[in-house]
Design a binder for this molecule. Sequence first.
Ligand code: 5RP
Ligand code: FE2
Length: 220
Amino acid sequence: MRNLIIAPSVLACDFLNIGSEVQMLNESKADWIHIDVMDGVFVPNISFGFPVLEAINKVATKVLDVHLMIEKPEQYITTFAKAGAKVITVHYEACPHVHRTIQQIKDAGCLAGVAINPGTPVEVYQDIIADLDLALIMSVNPGFGGQKFIPNAINKTKRLAEMAAKAGNASLKIEIDGGVTMANAADLYQAGADVLVAGSFVFASKDPKATIAELLSVAN
Ligand SMILES: O=C(CO)[C@H](O)[C@H](O)COP(=O)(O)O
Ligand SMILES: [Fe+2]
């Protein structure tokens, strides 16, 4: 069986109690914590930036997986790495020099990820797939938590897993982000997903730790 990583998104947590929310994730079966950074330009919403990431980094014992939904992400890579990011994902649609940006992320000592919007075909990965540590398929239009899963993400996951195998990048992690619930987690894992982000499904549940364990169980 392939390993599966659950990455709860703190975008959906209680910001008044962010320390105890991160502590809860530390005690859970989640291996990563997903951090959604939005600039109000690339996406129509503003979330949080460096001070919040630094605060989370003081408490978190899990890998900080930073999803940059921002224009000109290349200007901020080293600052995000210093603030505690271990995985940095930029959007393909925001990077005219995406190959260079991938190298910048690696030079900063982080795993390098590139995300694609629902309307962007997985074929754009073709000439960068060998350089990538992670490919993030958005299963909602980025900008907001709590949206409905777009089922075509399952087909995109299958196509990307085939591309990665053909390109000989066996260590590429395929991450799916947006609207992940128990209604689609097993299909996504079977299609080739290695990392499942879940925001509202985890934090709106009665027992978030049990919900994380339930999501992870689709890999058994
Ligand atoms: O990148 C994101 C939105 O742009 C979030 O990571 C994503 O929406 C997770 O939240 P939910 O599970 O509630 O959909
Ligand atoms: Fe995200």
